[in-house]
Design a protein. Structure first.
Length: 375
């Protein structure tokens, strides 16, 4: 869609809140998919279908990725879409298609002046694990920022981050200046670089003065980035083995001034690395960014592994985080494990309380050669 930046901050913020994009267009000139569902509904592997993923240069379209249960017939599926008011879609919403390969949809605005292309892919959630060794060497570009991914044999994982939210406030930043980026000087080759960034006058105006660098297994929901930021980060993916330990290497330097409650303080910033294992069979497909403020607990939690001696260091320092099952008093059911009824989350952040917009701009966390040990 064609986008034109508005000239007043007030109108700009209203556009962000109501439209999830920065634009000034005539009424009914939007061409967006706002929600997606799939028939038959019982074939879905997750309760959530993310429609807010950033534009993919590789696909030349906006991606929608749907996970279905193993054994689902991909040749006869009928996704249905909710659109912005007055918009139309081709092929028709609810029509049956073969999703053995991605299907492209075009949404046209009510005034017929704008359109947006989506690439909808459907893949089976097979009974195999995601990659468990993370080198942070592989990135692809989405808009102006990096997206990290890992490939381990036939298994792949695309990491999520809050970079999409930062882009709303600082849209012209180069990839290296985003909160989540890559550094050439890793423990071995390249590495992950997480930096707490100021979001400038616009971020301060909406009560979001900083953006901590973060990387996690899950999804970033751009539609909640401004209205419910803790719910924008969604953690977890089905995992078919019992995790035991998370290991890796880090460096950390805290920023000079810690920002909290609208002012700078003499508090020292600290980073966070944690992982968790939870039961998803009760309808909890993902946990969200409120987890740290809730003491890393949840009714469906089975185990947590968290760094407890986080400190500044100029040297690469090893960490080894054991999953604590005893505190939750729950065993792991072998049958449920085989059926994908447990999920795993891994989260890294340059400021521990960054999700609450507390932290020191400039705090920098480097992470490399991370590995998940499991039974």
């Amino acid at each position: 869609m064609k986008q034109t930046y508005v000239t007043t901050v007030g109108t700009f913020l209203l556009g962000l809140t109501l439209n999830s994009c920065i634009q000034e267009e005539a009424p009914n000139a939007e061409a967006d998919i706002t929600a997606c569902s799939l028939l038959p509904v019982d074939c879905l592997a997750s309760n959530t279908i993310e429609v807010g993923l950033p534009y993919s240069d590789e696909l030349n379209a906006y991606p929608i990725e749907i996970k279905v249960k193993e054994g689902t017939d991909l040749s006869s599926l009928a996704p249905t879409f909710e659109l912005t008011p007055g918009a139309t879609i081709s092929p028709e919403s609810g029509s049956i298609h073969d999703f053995s390969s991605p299907v492209r949809y075009t949404v046209t605005s009510e005034d017929r002046q704008w359109h947006r292309t989506y690439s909808v892919s459907v893949t089976e959630q097979t009974s195999t694990n995601i990659p468990t060794v993370y080198h942070f060497e592989n990135v692809k570009t989405s808009g102006n920022y990096y997206v990290f991914y890992e490939q381990q044999g036939e298994h792949s994982l695309t990491w999520a981050s809050g970079n999409g939210g930062y882009a709303l406030a600082v849209s012209q930043a180069a990839a290296k200046d985003y909160p989540t980026t890559q550094d050439d000087n890793g423990w071995n080759g390249k590495c992950l670089k997480l930096v707490t960034r100021s979001t400038g006058s616009l971020g301060s105006l909406v009560g979001m003065p900083i953006a901590a660098g973060n990387l996690f297994i899950g999804q970033f929901d751009l539609t909640n980035a401004l209205t419910a930021p803790l719910k924008a980060t969604k953690f977890g993916i089905p995992f078919y083995s019992k995790p035991i330990r998370l290991t890796g290497y880090y460096k950390y330097k805290a920023g000079e001034q810690f920002f909290a409650n609208g002012a700078y303080t003499d508090q020292k910033d600290v980073f966070d690395i944690y992982a968790f294992f939870f039961d998803n069979s009760n309808g909890t497909s993902m946990l969200d960014g409120s987890l740290p403020s809730n003491g890393y607990t949840h009714p469906d939690m089975v185990a947590v592994a968290r760094i407890k001696d986080a400190h500044e260091t100029d040297e690469w320092t090893s960490f080894s985080l054991n999953f604590d099952y005893d505190s939750f008093g729950k065993g792991v059911d072998a049958q449920k494990l085989a059926e994908g009824k447990y999920s795993l989350g891994i989260v890294m952040a340059s400021s521990k309380d960054g999700a609450s917009f507390e932290g020191a701009p400039g705090s920098t966390l480097l992470i490399d050669e991370m590995e998940l040990i499991f039974e």
